[in-house]
Design a binder for this molecule. Structure first.
Ligand code: SF4
Ligand code: SF4
Length: 481
């Protein structure tokens, strides 16, 4: 399953020069390639995996990256990078199906073409079911960051994450995950949020935190586009499948986990969406997630045969930029065509988004999800819009508290003490109020009809607590994709 990426902020040189679609329009110093050495091939059959259909793009293929393509890919990746650190990211399908020797050769190729002082960050997104001690020894030795896909506790995971016979894969995934932990391989967890687990945010979060024992998680919404008849229609679908998470459902999912996180786990558990949100509240140049940046275009997808696509969510013929056997990867990524793809994320926003008070945080999210109309009938609104609006409004106050703390060189974790004080002060105010008095929350309702029947946070900001310094949000250096 694909994810949204941590992306480098582009160091752009040169302007749009028009002409051929492969003329250079920008020269990013660094970019992110999701390489799929087995193409769409996977040992599992997860019901919502959008890669499964991609097999049809390469009918008759062995779906196996050759050593020639591997060599060319790594060499061109290194040549195109002006940075000291280069990320080499493997995904699928299921990348472990290539076998360990392929990845041993990949390390050899990196060493062969390495520039002086260059270091590599190798990452792999896997379902974990084929991991062995030998795999884990290799991953540990080469300092891989491994992303494991798991959708929550067994009943939630096994609904969609099944093998080819339709059987749940929870036990096998957990076995792989425990192997990684035993070998102390750096890993994180990717959870796709769908129509079912979307109703159980706290069960999912607490399971990942307390039972899996991870301190790094990503939540990716499942949005499958279908036509009126419910058939998969990828970029042409104007409806979402029944398996897809609902817009408000996704907003609630994020908000409920946020409430748990912001009261207990800030600085201790990394949730990619929350980190990106803090960064956007702070006005940093990049959120760290392509979907929440103003523009994109620096995350391309490499197929097993060297075909390069604009993004792994756009592996479709019209988004094929070229083949690295014919055109150098740096030229393909720097092309006007790819540049325009990335700028369109900003330039094609409907007016409704341009007028939106949380656009600085959302930026219309991913273009692949922009298939509904705005209230006044303009096309191109994100299917998840209402959920994102709810979520970003919901987190505004704690985000402002964290931003203020970080800007004054204090830890974002102070927000937890702030909320404790605030909640306690509000509870006291409610307890003091008469049943028929106006509720202390300011709703205008009688207390007995409002927070007198249940308690929830008040709207008033108490003073910020003080504490030792921390210069910026905790940003994990690497992300599997
Ligand atoms: S289209 Fe852009 S925003 Fe969406 S996943 Fe691809 S790079 Fe990210
Ligand atoms: S919340 Fe909705 S209106 Fe606002 S930027 Fe996002 S998609 Fe656009």
């Amino acid at each position: 399953m694909s994810t949204q990426r941590d992306l480098p902020w582009p160091a752009v040189a040169g302007a749009d020069i028009g002409g051929s679609q492969l003329e250079r329009a920008w020269s990013p110093d660094a970019f992110h390639v999701l390489a799929k050495p087995t193409g769409a091939i996977c040992n599992l059959g997860c019901s919502y995996c959008f890669f499964l259909d991609k097999e049809e793009l390469y009918q008759g293929s062995r779906f196996h990256m050759s050593d020639e393509v591997l060599d060319r890919y790594i060499r061109q990746l290194i040549e195109a990078h002006g940075t000291r650190v280069v990320t080499v990211a493997w995904q699928g399908g299921e990348p472990t199906l290539m076998g360990l020797d392929f990845y041993r050769r990949a390390i050899e190729v990196q060493e062969r073409y390495r520039k002086p002082d260059m270091t590599f960050e190798n990452t792999m997104q896997t379902n974990g079911t084929l991991l062995t001690d030998e795999w884990c020894e290799f991953l540990k030795e080469n300092e891989y960051l491994v992303g494991i896909s798991i959708d929550g506790p067994q009943p939630l995971h096994d609904i969609n994450r099944v093998n080819k016979r339709g059987e749940g894969t929870f036990d096998k995934v957990m076995r792989g995950l425990r192997l990684l932990q035993r070998h102390e391989v750096e890993y994180n967890v990717l959870t796709t949020v769908n129509a079912v687990n979307g109703d159980f945010p706290l069960d999912v979060y607490r399971f990942l935190r307390d039972e899996v024992g991870t301190d790094w998680m990503q939540f990716i919404p499942v949005v499958e586009r279908v036509d009126e008849a419910g058939k998969p229609a990828f970029l042409n679908g104007t409806f979402a499948s029944d398996r897809s998470v609902g817009a408000e459902q996704f907003g609630r999912f994020l908000s409920e986990i946020f409430d748990e996180w912001v009261r207990n786990d800030v600085g201790r558990v990394y949730v990619q969406t929350f980190e990106a949100t803090v960064r956007n509240w702070m006005g940093l140049p990049s959120s760290g997630m392509c979907v929440f940046n103003e523009t994109c275009g620096l995350g391309v997808a490499l197929e097993h045969n060297g075909d390069l696509y604009s993004c792994d969510h756009f592996v479709e013929p019209e988004y094929l930029i070229g083949n690295i056997g014919e055109t150098d990867m740096g030229d393909l990524v720097g092309s006007k065509r790819q540049h325009d793809f990335g700028m369109d994320k900003r330039d094609l926003l409907p007016q409704y988004c341009l007028d939106c008070d949380v656009r600085f945080a959302c930026h219309g999210e991913c273009p692949k999800n922009r298939f509904i109309e705005t209230p006044d009938g303009e096309p191109g609104l994100n299917y998840l819009c209402s959920g994102f609006k709810d979520f970003f409004h919901h987190v505004d106050e704690p985000m402002r508290v964290m931003t203020e703390a970080l800007r004054s060189q204090r830890p974002a974790a102070l927000v937890m003490e702030y909320l404790r004080q605030r909640d306690a002060a509000f509870d006291r105010a409610v307890a003091r109020a008469g049943r028929n008095d106006p509720c202390p929350c300011g709703s205008g309702e009688k207390t007995k009809r409002c927070h007198g029947s249940h308690q929830s946070p008040p709207p008033v900001l108490p003073p910020m607590p003080t504490g030792p310094g921390e210069p910026r949000p905790r940003v994990r250096g690497r992300s599997t994709t």
